[in-house]
Design a protein around this ligand. Structure first.
Ligand code: FAD
Length: 385
């Protein structure tokens, strides 16, 4: 049995590795000639870590991960601590560590695990067809690939999604812009073993440790969509948006490198429940695009991969049947993640300023119990518990 995987991102590479582990031949086709991930880093929560462990990457992943032993919130303008707590109870409950990693390093690990020379770069799918016994993908260079089934991991702008759903879905702007990048750890800004977040006015500034003595940083600012973006003004823009904020925030802005700082207008897609059409299945952001507010988009793609491979491992059922089982096992889970993230997004970014003010206030009495309980529930809803 042969699978064609479209897209060499987190979802495509995780599923290629998972399918191959289940004894299925896999060919991967990626549109770009060279991978340049859009974000600087990503937090892989224990549900995602468990999936990568199951796919044989436990040791490699640990080497990439930062030590996020604590979590803290600070008032953005005064810098005063609102709450600080240990992540140990979460690890104790779910049995695995959260793992913040540089995205390029995660991507390289996934591609190298599958076999870099086997990923076919520069192959952009423009059309998908299927017969009663197989699938045909056509690429923009007029070449074709055939297989028994096709996994569309072609991201949030998926072209194959339209083929599967027979309609084009619009992405929904979530109302804020995110700047992200990597910077050398400076303990005057935040402790090296802590996920630190400064909040105020629906904005946030966050720092998470990744390996190599680096912080993954991000700034969120509620803004209209479509403002001009220009690398040469990144520092001035952030200085303006965070006027009057605490010293560590100003130090962070001074330390960032505009040339490697990404600016992303955050979107999601209204959850839908059809991921499969015959022998073609959507996976990762192609199937469920979420705002990054609970850090679960990439983790959900890893979960998809593990579930997909396990349903196909018993393929005596028939491919179409197995893919429908994959769909049935994923639709509710990912809908829940997308909607949870949207809710979190609205609270964090002051869609209703009174609710956000209440949240800031509640952080002062937060012992970690409520925050970690929410995280544990999300994590334990994954396929590996
Ligand atoms: P992608 O990573 O988009 O990969 C799709 C691939 O398909 C790309 O390489 C693309 O070039 C290729 N492709 C596209 N079209 C075609 C075509 N026609 N033919 C062939 N190939 C094609 N998730 C987390 O789990 N934790 C986090 O902390 C986190 N933080 C985030 C922060 C930000 C700012 C953002 C924007 C997202 C974040 N996410 C996070 C979400 C995560 O990045 C995505 O969910 C994840 O990258 C989805 O992987 P994917 O493989 O489905 O899609």
């Amino acid at each position: 049995m042969k699978a064609i995987v479209i897209g060499g991102g987190i979802g495509g590479m995780s599923s290629a590795i998972a399918l191959e582990k289940s004894g299925i031949d896999v060919e991967v086709f990626e549109a770009v000639k060279e991978m340049k991930p859009v974000g600087a880093a990503i937090s892989i929560w224990p549900n995602g870590v468990k999936c990568l462990n199951a796919l044989g990457m436990k040791t490699a992943l640990r080497e990439l991960g930062g030590n996020m032993a604590y979590m803290a919130y600070h008032d953005g303008t005064t810098g005063a601590p609102l709450t600080r707590f240990s992540m140990a109870p979460l690890v104790q409950q779910v049995g695995e560590y959260p793992c913040p990693v540089a995205r390029a390093e995660l991507q390289a690990m996934l591609i190298d695990t599958f076999g870099r020379e086997r990923v076919q770069f520069g192959k952009r799918v423009i059309q998908v067809e299927q017969t009663s016994s197989g699938v045909i993908a056509t690429f923009s260079d007029n070449t074709q690939a055939t297989g028994d089934f096709l996994i569309a991991a072609d991201g949030t702008h998926s072209v194959i999604r339209e083929y599967v759903l027979e309609q084009k879905l619009e992405r929904r702007y979530a109302g804020y812009v995110n700047w992200n990048g990597l910077v050398t750890i400076d303990e005057r800004i935040a402790p090296a073993d802590q996920w630190t977040t400064f909040v105020g006015d629906g904005k946030r500034v966050s720092l998470m440790p990744v390996s190599g003595n680096r912080f993954y940083f991000f700034f969120d600012v509620p803004l209209p969509k479509g403002l001009p973006q220009d690398r040469s003004t990144v520092k001035a823009d952030l200085t303006g948006y965070f006027q009057g904020w605490a010293e560590p925030v100003r130090q962070l802005i001074a330390a960032i490198n505009p040339d490697t700082t990404n600016r992303v207008e955050i979107h999601d897609i209204e959850p839908f429940s059809r991921f499969v059409k015959g022998r073609v299945a959507l996976l990762g952001d192609a199937a469920h695009s979420t705002t990054p507010d609970i850090g679960q988009g990439g983790c959900a793609a890893m979960e998809d991969a593990v579930v997909l491979a396990s349903t196909l491992a018993s393929h005596s059922l028939g491919i179409e049947d197995a893919l429908l089982r994959y769909q049935a096992r994923r639709v509710e889970r990912v809908k829940d993640l997308v909607l949870k993230a949207r809710k979190r997004c609205d609270v964090t970014h002051a869609r209703d300023p009174a609710i956000t003010a209440e949240w800031y206030d509640s952080l002062k009495s937060e012992t970690g119990e409520r925050v970690l309980a929410g995280m544990c529930e999300t994590i334990e809803g994954g396929p590996l518990g």
